[in-house]
Every structure is written in C-alpha cells, then in structure tokens.
Design a protein around this ligand. Sequence first.
Ligand code: PEP
Ligand code: MN
Length: 339
Amino acid sequence: MIIVMGPQAQEEDIQRVSDKLKEWGYDSHISRGVERTLIGAVGAPEGEKESIAEQLSRFSGVDHVVPILKPYKLVSRESQAQTTRVKVGEVEFGSGQVGVIAGPCAVESEEQILEAARAVKAAGACALRGGVYKPRTSPYSFQGLGPEGLKLMVAAREETGLPIVTEVMNTQQIDLLAEADVLQVGARNMQHYDLLRAVGQTDKPVLLKRGFAATVQDWLRAAEYIAAAGNLRIIMCERGIRTFETQTRFTLDLGGMAAAQLETHLPVIADPSHSMGTHELVPQMALAAIAAGADGLIIEVHPHPDQALSDGPQSLTPASFHRLMTNLRAVAQAIGKEL
Ligand code: PEP
Ligand code: MN
C-alpha cells in the first residue's frame, strides 16, 4: 500500500501517517521527492487493508492511497501516474525536457576535464560526467584519480556551472563524494544492496544504471531499495545488457527501457556509449533512444579520445558531440519534447 501525500503536505502530516502505520503494525518507508512524498506501507494483515486505506485517505495532507501488489511499490507507476521530475541543475528529468549528461569516462587531468566541460557545455549538455572511482574489469587498468579527480570536477563546475555526475562504488565513498551533484551507481553495483540503501539515505539524485545481467524487474527492485531508504530522486539508466551478440559491446535494450517507463514513474535515460562500445554507433542509438521516449541521455565525450585512459573507442569528440546535439534537438522537437 502506498500513501501518496499531496504537494501541500506538512512534515507533521507525514509523521502522523507514519506513526499511525506503526501503531497498526506496518513497516513504513518515507520516500521524498521534489514535489511529493510517498509513504510505503508493508506488512499489515490482509483483511484490514481496505479499512486502513479508507481511514488514511481522510488524514490531513494525504492525497490518495493505492493498494499495490508489485514487489516494487514506491517506484511503481501504480503509486503515481505522473512521471517524477528529478532536477539536475537547470534540467528536470521526467518533465518533458530531455537532459543530456556528457563528459569523459574518467577524469584524467585538469586540462582534459576542463576542455571536456567547456565543450559539452557549449554544445548544450545539462551536466558533466566524469568518473573518479572507476570499476574496471581488470585490476591493472586505470582506476581513477580519486579525491584529486573530484577536486578537478569541482573546478570544472565552478568554471562552467555544470552540475557534476560521478560514480560511487561503495558506501565509504559517499562521504568522500559529498561535493558531487549526482551519484551514479554503476551497472556492476546495481545489486550492491548496502550501497543502494546508503545512497537512499542521501538527498542527492541517484543515477541507477541497469546491471548488464539484470532483468527490468531486477532493476526496478534495485530502485525500490533506494526509494525505501528515503530517496525518490532516482534516474534510471539503460546501458545495455549481455546477449549472444558480440558485434556491439552490449545490446542496448530500448524495448526494456520503454517497458521500464510503463512500470515506473521514475525518469529513464539511455547510455548509448557503454552499450555500443564504439563512437561510430553512438549517434544512431542516441537518436533512437530519444525517438523511443528516453527522458535523457548520458554520453561519453573526450577532447582526445585516442589518448583516453578509459573507454576511448566509444568516446565522441567535441565536434561529433556538437553535431549530435543538433540532430537530437530536431528529434526531441519532433516528438514534442525540448532538449
Ligand atoms: C561508466 O559510466 O563509466 C560506467 C562504468 O558505466 P557502467 O556502470 O554502465 O558500465
Ligand atoms: Mn566509461
């Protein structure tokens, strides 16, 4: 059961509902979004649900109560028909504005990140990406600059005004990344439940990548962990899954992305870079994702892809990113959205 609080609900209203639920034997999970607070109630005896829902719907500040049978409740479209808006800088993902997050795979040097930040800003990106802790398949690959890299991201934000998006790999890094505007949970960590709970206890937007061996249902339940811990500022990201196909790095599952949008009110974006693995295929899939209804994109852009320390082959140059943004604007406009 989900108790959907009205936009005007006060803190006392939320507390009153939560206290009452406890009294009735429910576990309650308060999840705060920008516009609304949702309260998930789990565990009351079957027979009492209807009368409890009826009583709660008359509480001050309560908009409506929805019974939900799905294992993901707070993030389910049934709990809220309207797409949740997640604000990142000037853009609200989920509002019909299409946001494009861009930047290098990893922060490598001051020159590199500043050059990338200026270029993606000039092309119209809404946020700067850049990993400082990198989950690499090989322990011998570049692992990121850590705190030093974050300082460089902060300097890039100061110069360009772009909010910064960076990956968190474990719970201890959350405090170290206090300066980040958006915390990314990577594909390899989509089922790292302690991490999901911990980012759920922050009030920062979380970019949740789909695991490459995760079904849409697994992915939605991972989002539910974050929401149940208190944070509804979640942006889902389809980044490709493993299939028998080896021609592309992963298989970008735009069908899964669209299916996820039916199931959840959270905004869903696509990552054409990690899925395709080569810059030659990134623009096509970026355009396809927007045409298919993605709420945004995350794209790797490097000022000198041939010198990149990670994911160079899939990184766009500033010039090709600029061209792509022009085409994306046209597609977004054609389907009644704004980039
Ligand atoms: C990344 O964004 O650089 C990254 C490692 O992505 P993923 O977790 O999707 O592989
Ligand atoms: Mn990468």
